[in-house]
Design a protein around this ligand. Structure first.
Ligand code: ZN
Length: 243
């Protein structure tokens, strides 16, 4: 089985469509979504409808939680707040119901997935250092755990107590029984690692590999729609630079 993991789509339909095409070329069998389907972009309903039909499982992200009234905008900066207020007005009752019914984490025999952190996923903490990553390895029981939330793709490995950043876009773990992985799959709709291309990941359960993918998309098309609905300039411009 080839399992695709996507996160932080943020209502960017152009990015989502490009990633779906890449999945087709990569012959993936199932798709799992780690949340933040909406917020920032111009197509919250379209993206929610695609995701709800497509994915084997979808988690709740903090932007989904605010857009559906589960959380307040208390921790949002002014740009995120403007975007989420517009999003909350646009979302249909059906899409709000779908998003608000999502869970915070999911674990199978193969992997764990959570939007923010395995430790207290409902607190929406960020993993931004090796120390924070090392701490979080205690809070999942599977070999691999997928996270999103920071919009920065990263593969963190733990091998015989040592925690380190895995260099490169692919990990082979066949026969490597002591290896555990905490993988941030990055963001489909608003990458922030200075690479504007959409980011997602593929777990191949037969080959026992994980691969990070980057996919170019029609950034100008997404930005033009955001201009029309008067999204903050900062949110529009950041897509060009991937920051
Ligand atoms: Zn996000």
């Amino acid at each position: 089985m080839r399992l695709a993991f996507i996160s932080d789509i943020h209502a960017n339909l152009e990015a989502l469509e490009a990633v779906l095409e890449d999945m087709e070329r990569q012959k993936t069998d199932e798709v799992y979504c780690l949340g933040d389907v909406v917020g920032y972009g111009a197509n919250p309903n379209e993206c929610t409808e695609i995701i709800s039909k497509l994915c084997a499982n979808v988690l709740l992200g903090n932007h989904d939680a605010v857009a559906t009234g589960i959380l307040t905008t208390k921790h949002f900066n002014v740009h995120a707040r403007v975007a989420i207020e517009w999003t909350a007005e646009q979302l249909t009752p059906e899409n709000k119901n779908f998003l608000s019914a999502r869970s915070l984490s999911r674990a199978t025999d193969l992997f764990t997935m959570v939007h923010a952190t395995p430790y207290e996923p409902g607190m929406w903490y960020y993993i931004t250092s090796l120390e924070e990553a090392a701490f979080n390895f205690q809070f999942f029981g599977t070999k691999v755990c997928f996270v999103g939330h920071t919009h920065i793709p990263m593969i963190i490995a733990m091998d015989d107590e040592e925690v380190f950043v895995h260099q490169g876009k692919q990990v082979f773990f066949k026969g490597r029984d002591n290896l555990r992985l905490l993988i941030n799959i990055g963001s489909v709709g608003q990458p922030r690692d200075r690479n504007p291309e959409s980011s997602y990941g593929i777990l191949d359960t037969v080959e026992e590999t994980f691969t990070l993918r980057r996919v170019p998309y029609n950034i100008t098309g997404a930005q033009n729609k955001m201009k029309k609905i008067k999204m903050p300039e900062f949110l529009i411009n950041r897509l060009t630079e991937g920051r």
